[in-house]
Design a protein around this ligand. Sequence first.
Ligand code: FE
Length: 194
Amino acid sequence: MVINNIFRGRNQGITVIAFLLLMTLGSCAQNNQKEVNISDSGMKVTERIFKSEEEWKKLLTPEQYTVLRQKGTERPYTGLYDQHFVKGAYFCAGCGLELFDSDSKFDAGCGWPSFNTPAEKGHIDEHADRSYGMVRTEVVCSRCGGHLGHVFNDGPPPTGLRYCINSASLIFRSEEEVKREKLRSNDSIPNPGG
Ligand code: FE
C-alpha cells in the first residue's frame, strides 16, 4: 500500500513535470511561430508574425510601440499622414504589409488619416472594442496584429466606411517608390519600424 502510494505520487510528479515541459516548449515555439492564415476572402494567404514585446520595442519607435502594441491613440491633427494626399500606398509600420491605397484616402476632418476601403480585405482584421464606455470596431493588421485604429459606418461611397487610422501605425511609399521597388499588394516594404 505504502509502496503503491509512493509509485502513484512519483507517477503524478512525472506527469506534472512532463506537462510543464510541454507548456514551456509550446510558449517558446509561439514566439517564433509563423502560421499560414487564409483570410476572409479565401483568396489571400497571409503569414502571421509573432514577436516578443522586447523584440517589438527594439523594432519600433516609442510612439509606434504605444499605438501598435498597446492600442494607443495619437492626438488628433498631429499625425504625419492626417493631411497627406500624395499618390502611393500605406504599409503597416510593424510588419510592412500593404494596408491602404492613397486612392481610398479622404479628409474626414476628424484629425486622423481616413480611408474608405482597405488595400486587401484579408490584410485587416476587426475586433469588437468596448473600452471607454463605447462600442467600436477595432481594426488591426492581420499579419502582425498591430492596432491600427477603428472603422465606422459614416464614410463616403462606395463602401460607406471610414477607417480611422493612426499615422503612427503606417508607413507611406509614393507611387514612384512602389513602382521602383516593384511592390505588389501582398509584398512587404523592407525594414518597417522606426
Ligand atoms: Fe502588420
